[in-house]
Design a protein around this ligand. Sequence first.
Ligand code: SF4
Length: 239
Amino acid sequence: MFKRKSLIGFNTNAKTIKGEKIGFYTGILYLAPSDLSGYQVCPMAKLAKCDIACLNTSGRGAFNSIQLSRINKTKYFFENRNDFMINICKDIEKGIKKAKLLNQELLIRLNGTSDIKWENVAFIYNGNHYNNIMECFPNVQFYDYTKINNRNNLPNNYDLTFSYSNAITFHKYNGIAFKNKQRVAVVFRNERDIPLTFKGLNVIGGDNSDVRHIEPKNTIVALYAKGKGKKDNSGFIVG
Ligand code: SF4
């Protein structure tokens, strides 16, 4: 019998496994970042200079078969959008059941390694039109990191953390995020480089879990570089 292949992976990385310990069951979709697939999924990546250091190269993403699968998923999103979204819905329905069994809250992050404005992705599922995936699952909490400033008017169940880049070409976008009092994630080169405050804001550790939506706005979420990112000198990383 044909077995449908999942697009979303549940609790597949160390940080989401840590999230399970505090009551959250997390599903993440990983696409091929920047324009690796031939389609651009990270419009700010060149300005932010983060494509080389991208988390895509950390952990499981370092293997070729995983890279290939992410490229195929990205092409699927662009070339057969509604079908792709139907499969995302099926994955989320599966996640809801599993989270219930575990007595945990389900979290969904669709930009594991992309920066797509999911709030603008409309689709039809079971004959109903949805303006976005959050509208289809109003009781599920969605979250993402983003380098795009103008993502306003988000659905209530979609939380965004702005993603800082230290590249000079990106400074004005960081400035807008600070001005808007967003929660801002900053990648430091080493764990030991993480300060107590950054740009005058309190720093909280971001590697203890990936549960962001419960954290305050107007704070810095500190992460440290992994994979090829550790050696990246393009300017994205602090330190
Ligand atoms: S860090 Fe984010 S915006 Fe930059 S290339 Fe990776 S997924 Fe895209």
